[in-house]
Design a protein around this ligand. Structure first.
Ligand code: GLN
Length: 213
């Protein structure tokens, strides 16, 4: 049985926890999901998610609670991390904002709120490299960042939208500007956490409707 953690200092924590449970169950895995607000839990986790929310707040709290170093150790041990939206900003090597104390787990520079006011929130059919099949992924963007620059050859762009990279993989870390926890399509979790195993119980995937935080 797997132990998962969702960094829960701020942001859309429950949606991530639910999505991990759905994605695991659909592939026949038992999983226990911990919400992480303090140090000492990450070392027990096989896989981690860092959610969307507000990147300055999340970065401040993961450092003050002693979770930041544990997340770095988790990734250094080769264990998977899925960092979404604000989580991607915090995981980057350059948030382009002094108020974000980055973790440097993805060698990318990001631009916060890159898609502009008129497009605060939208859904796009994304072509994502590395998914289990070629169907477009329904990607929900909410005041999303974009990847402004790829800073090393270790970071691989998985998807672009409007000419900008919006998903990236580096080693065991997957970062998305969008919110895979808000759609019933669990292929992104399959890619990040479950070695692209197909969901063998598709009905479980559609169990809960997408929600807007
Ligand atoms: N705009 C937020 C930030 O820059 C991210 C939005 C999100 O995570 N949905 O921190």
């Amino acid at each position: 049985s797997l132990t998962a953690g969702v960094v829960a200092v701020q942001g859309d924590v429950e949606e991530h926890a639910d999505a991990i449970e759905r994605a695991a169950r659909a592939r026949g895995h038992e999983v226990t999901v911990h919400e992480i607000r303090e140090s000492g839990i990450v070392p027990d986790c096989d896989l981690l998610a860092m959610p969307g929310g507000e990147s300055t707040t999340i970065s401040r709290l993961v450092h003050s609670e002693g979770i930041a170093a544990e997340i770095r150790d988790h990734v250094a041990a080769g264990k998977p991390l899925l960092a979404t939206c604000a989580g991607l900003i915090v995981a980057s090597s350059d948030p382009n904002d002094d108020r974000v104390d980055e973790l440097g787990l993805l060698d990318v520079a990001v631009e916060r709120n890159a898609f502009g006011r008129q497009k605060d929130s939208f859904e796009a059919p994304l072509e994502v490299d590395g998914l289990a099949d070629d169907e477009p992924y329904p990607a929900v963007f909410i005041r999303a960042p974009a990847i402004a620059d790829i800073e090393s050859g270790d970071a691989e762009v998985l998807a672009t939208w409007d000419g900008r990279p919006v998903a990236v993989r580096q080693g065991s870390v997957v970062g998305t500007a969008f919110h895979p926890e808000l759609t019933p399509d669990s292929r992104l979790h399959g890619l990040a956490f479950f070695k692209n195993e197909a969901a063998s119980v598709p009905s479980l995937e559609a169990e809960e409707p997408a929600t807007d935080p």
